[in-house]
Design a protein. Sequence first.
Length: 261
Amino acid sequence: MHVQKYRDRYLPAMGLDGIAALPDKAWAPVIVATGAIEQHGPHLPVAVDAFIAEAVITLALERLPQGASCYIAPPITIGKSNEHTGFPGTLMITKRTLRALLLSIARQVHAWGFRNLCVINTHGGNTAVDLYTLREIESKLGLRTQFIAPQVDLGISEQENFFGYHANEAETAWMLALLERHVRPELAVCDYAGRIGDPGELRAERSAANFNWASQDLSKSGIMGNAPAGTKEKGELWLPRVGQAYADAIAKICKEAQARG
């Protein structure tokens, strides 16, 4: 294992000569994190998604195998969060602004000599915009792109897996492990928009048919999930698993890019 550090791979921390001299720009991916600043119930800070994105990348870098390489672009910390209006604490940009930011970053890293761009996303509201913008980047700029989203089995309950959308067990556990002093677990509640076994297949998320929703329509607290079930111990157990999954995904991208030459 060759440990890489976030700041050593953070492009804005490098000088002009350092960026120009990077030997692996033809295949090493540049990673852009897209997160959000938005309400996460009464118990979590509003920057949960931004915090988690940095933590995931940090953990992944520490677990990359020898020979894998990547670089970190400035994150897009404010996302498309219009579904969380109605609660204080939400900042948001439009889908057009998110698309424009991704395109701008892609143009610049292409001009610097990089040929691979990846997105790690920690906010569901960004997903559709990220995906269609990455396709646009490929067609317009010729950059190879990847949306990195490995599946990690945390062993949570079926109910939580199906209806734990936001400020849920996992996010609460991760934040307790990462930034415990910023969490107020005494304010956490369990708040579900539905139950396993409810009739019908039209639901807000993770169903055969989905509908557009705003968090204020699904939850009085802003929580959608079993937040009290999230513990520091679970967070400390789960985060390394998530980091390893992302490291494996990045390593695979590197291997395939090197093979293409």
